[in-house]
Design a protein around this ligand. Structure first.
Ligand SMILES: CC(C)(COP(=O)(O)OP(=O)(O)OC[C@H]1O[C@@H](n2cnc3c(N)ncnc32)[C@H](O)[C@@H]1OP(=O)(O)O)[C@@H](O)C(=O)NCCC(=O)NCCS
Length: 195
């Protein structure tokens, strides 16, 4: 009890600061670990109702948008947003996942050579960093230690097997696995979405 009290106080203070900045909205019955949010100011985070979000949510710059729906669970994973990451309703994201909508650096050495120096000065030129929105649709399930890279849409009710690296879109109700993730099978009638 005594050891967790300072952490709880920190969480409340950080939550108050983030909430007051207007950047964060959280639905009723949702549990969010506020101290795991980074650089929310100038960005937008929306979480629906009845969700549990234990993730580190990191905004790289300004103008980023992370939305998480209702009744969704995001375990102790990392969500790194430059542009837009959208996680739907009734989604499960296990622990250890990394969801990122950009590459962080350019493939061209000349365009990334100053990145560390710029960071240490608290600035960075994002012009040459490829990025594209990530969408995880309703009722998808992302297994533990999965990586989801820029531009990927995980379709409704799809399942991503543990430790996969997803570089391409996953169709609705598909089961994918591996690095890079490939289609294993479409989910059968017994797995069909409840209407
Ligand atoms: C390596 C990377 C930069 C390449 O990006 P890109 O040039 O846009 O690559 P593409 O998305 O066009 O993918 C090209 C092919 O490589 C595969 N591929 C790309 N990244 C892959 C990865 N991490 N693991 C396995 N395969 C990968 C893709 O599936 C694709 O194969 P396909 O055409 O058969 O489907 C990017 O995929 C990546 O890994 N980004 C994350 C960077 C990172 O770790 N940043 C952290 C901060 S330091």
């Amino acid at each position: 009890m005594l050891t967790t009290l300072p952490i709880r106080i920190l969480d409340v203070l950080m939550g108050w600061k983030a909430w007051r900045s207007g950047a964060v909205s959280v639905g009723s019955g949702t549990s969010l670990v506020w101290r795991r949010l980074r650089r929310v100011h100038g960005n937008r985070l929306r979480v629906g109702e009845g969700s549990i979000v234990h993730a580190n949510i990191i905004f790289e710059s300004r103008g980023g948008d992370v939305s998480i729906g209702d009744r969704t669970y995001v375990g102790l994973s990392t969500v790194i947003c430059f542009q837009q990451i959208s996680i739907g309703n009734d989604v499960l994201v296990s622990w250890g996942a990394t969801i990122v909508d950009h590459d962080s650096h350019s493939l061209d050495w000349n365009l990334r050579r100053d990145d560390v120096r710029e960071w240490s000065r608290n600035r960075k030129d994002w012009t040459h960093v490829p990025s594209a929105p990530v969408v995880i649709a309703d009722r998808a399930w992302v297994g533990f230690n999965v990586t989801i890279l820029k531009g990927v849409t995980i379709g409704e009710g799809a399942v991503v097997a543990a430790c996969s690296v997803v570089t391409r879109d996953v169709p609705p109700r598909a089961l994918v696995a591996g690095n890079p993730a490939r289609l294993i099978r479409m989910l059968s009638n017994g797995d069909e979405l409840a209407q």
